[in-house]
Design a protein around this ligand. Sequence first.
Ligand code: ZN
Ligand code: ZN
Length: 257
Amino acid sequence: MKSNEIKSNQIKIKSKIVEMPAVCFICLETSPPPIQMGCACRGDTGLAHIGCLVRAAESQATHRGLEGWWECRTCKQSFTGAVQRGLAEELWSRVRDQRTESEDRLDAANILAIALSAQCKYVEAEQMRREILEVQRRVLGPEHPETLASTGHLAVSLNSQGKHDEAERMQRELLEVRRRVLGAEHPNTLGSAINVAFSLCSRGKYAEAEQMLRELLFVQQRVLGTEHPETLATMSNLGCGASTHIDNNEQRRHVAP
Ligand SMILES: [Zn+2]
Ligand SMILES: [Zn+2]
């Protein structure tokens, strides 16, 4: 075959591929056009209708619980984008009228809050987070691990909207409770200390942030070892925090008369 013929065949094949309509991997229909699930599945295996995914989540409920509403069964990655939000809203619409203490309702609220945050809908996410936290405080108690996790999630939502005062207050309370309940060396307590330090740093409270990171580093070196990735991350953050602090002092010296 001559090179010109090969080229022309390649162009034909390419144009055929481009013209192939997108297919939902569940129902194999092309209309309405399926959308990307946003998980790790690629090509036609990553395309589906939300309605088909809803039916799949329903049929998987007995052995997967609510997993089918947020996680791809094939690649085990979370859905993202429009599919994540669409499934989360559909699930919420089905359980929102249940009693507020219902476990399914709390889980659905959490799934929707995650989807809203992922789409930068922080106000709506905060509303969901507050509702979840209120129920958990009442039902599980203020020091239950799930209540504490929700407190941390709410603080993130608040920070995302620039409500740093309330976020910092919540993160400090969370750290205090975790120190008391879990101990200073528990990974969740260390995680809380990092969040408080970042919160302080982002608000220019460099000296306090640095002090906090130094205390954290001391615990990490003792508990995790000097070469653990998290210990190294704190050393790196401490380097940044310290230098920012120095830069800030330097700046003040220049500004001062
Ligand atoms: Zn379909
Ligand atoms: Zn997938």
